[in-house]
Design a protein around this ligand. Structure first.
Ligand code: SF4
Length: 373
């Protein structure tokens, strides 16, 4: 044991998606960090060990509080071939216990270790320097690229720390993207500079492919609570999957869209992205091995310019049109954009290209900062 864990609540007090964590590893340099102490107060019932130099961690799902030595702020790894949105990532950790069958992280990371960058002093120093060097420069940032933004929040309070830190930087707008519900950070955040975001899917896909995520009702109820507190929210249909029944009114994408308008008014949505399922060969192998129930792999895929497989374009366009038509009927239009699509698809579905809107990055920045009515 290397931390005082006398106040720990035990596994019963944890949300169910964190109950597989069975050991905590810590780098010696962050042993006394505030984040480590906070995690210790919640996971004291587990064995705590110093992280071995060779990186081999034991356990079903170890949590690793690490001293991160790389850059915390980076550009999203988009591609030069498709329209990318100019988003930046604040890197706070890696991996996710929710285990969605299609998740790219299952191919990126070979094990189930949940890594958290516990040297937050280095993070604050890097971000402070970047965001104050030129206060005229605006940043649209998010933490939900290599992990879910909120999935470890009950243990780490990371997002709460981050939104409190960012209160001093009105030139930064932070998106917190998740598939679970944790609003413990809400009262520490600026409502005009934090965008709570939830990824959505068809009810049938939530049930079969996202078994540890919050239900659609819970996600949308949380979004409504944020909207009532003055926040604008973001929604993401990504990945849109093609499976038998995707267009069913009862448990296909139309049902989710109907639900959105039961919970939210269009003006409460800052933006909504649409992205079709894309994958590298490694992910296909992972899905075949670990999620044999997943039917969406049986489709016509082609190799995209970015080296990923994606659904044959007419099939993508058909699905996009189906969703966009219903989203527009409910009052969402100017907030809609595609993740990683070509101008041809933009024009065929939305009737406009990013360039005609002044560039996707600029457009999303304006929406994020609440400048387009
Ligand atoms: S919630 Fe997001 S990050 Fe976590 S497994 Fe699912 S897709 Fe991956």
């Amino acid at each position: 044991m290397i931390a005082d864990c006398s106040q720990a609540p035990g596994a019963a007090g944890l949300p169910f998606w964190l109950r597989d964590i069975d050991a905590v590893y810590v780098d010696p340099s962050v042993r006394d960090a505030p984040l480590t102490r906070r995690v210790a107060s919640r996971l004291g019932h587990l064995p705590w060990r110093e992280a071995p130099r060779d990186g081999a961690l034991e356990g079903r799902q170890p949590l690793y509080l690490k001293e991160y030595k790389g850059r915390f702020l980076r550009f999203c790894p988009g591609t030069r071939y498709y329209r990318c949105c100019g988003y930046r990532i604040i890197h706070i950790g890696e991996n996710c216990p929710i285990d969605c069958s299609y998740c790219i992280l299952r191919a990126y990371f070979q094990d189930r270790t949940l890594k958290v960058w516990a040297n937050q002093d280095a993070l604050w120093s890097e971000l402070g320097k970047a965001f104050s060097t030129n206060r005229e420069l605006r940043y649209r940032v998010g933490t939900g690229e290599f992990t879910d933004s909120l999935v470890l929040e009950p243990l780490t309070g990371y997002s709460r720390d981050l939104v409190a830190f960012l209160r001093d930087y009105p030139n930064v707008c932070l998106e917190l993207k998740s598939k679970i519900v944790d609003l413990s950070w809400l009262d520490a955040a600026r409502a005009d500079r934090v965008l709570p975001a939830w990824s959505l899917n068809a009810p049938a896909m939530v049930a079969s492919e996202e078994p540890f995520a919050a239900s659609l009702e819970q996600r949308l109820a949380a979004a409504r609570e944020c909207a009532s507190a003055g926040f604008r929210v973001c929604l993401h249909f990504d990945p849109i999957l093609r499976y038998p029944g995707w267009d069913s009114p009862s448990d296909g994408y139309a049902a989710t869209i109907e639900m959105i308008f039961d919970y939210l008014k269009p003006e409460q949505v800052a933006y909504l992205s649409l992205g079709s399922f894309r994958f590298l060969p490694d992910l296909k192998r992972v899905i075949e091995t670990h999620s044999p129930q997943s039917r969406y792999l049986f489709n016509e895929f082609i190799l995209g310019l970015d080296g990923k497989q994606r659904l044959f374009r007419p099939l993508r366009v058909e699905q996009f049109r189906f969703l966009v038509e219903r989203l527009r009927r409910g009052g969402l239009d100017r907030q809609l954009y595609f993740c990683m699509e070509s101008d041809e698809v933009w024009r065929a579905v939305l009737g406009r290209t990013p360039r005609e809107m002044g560039g996707l990055g600029r457009r999303l920045e304006a929406l994020a900062f609440g400048e387009e009515g």
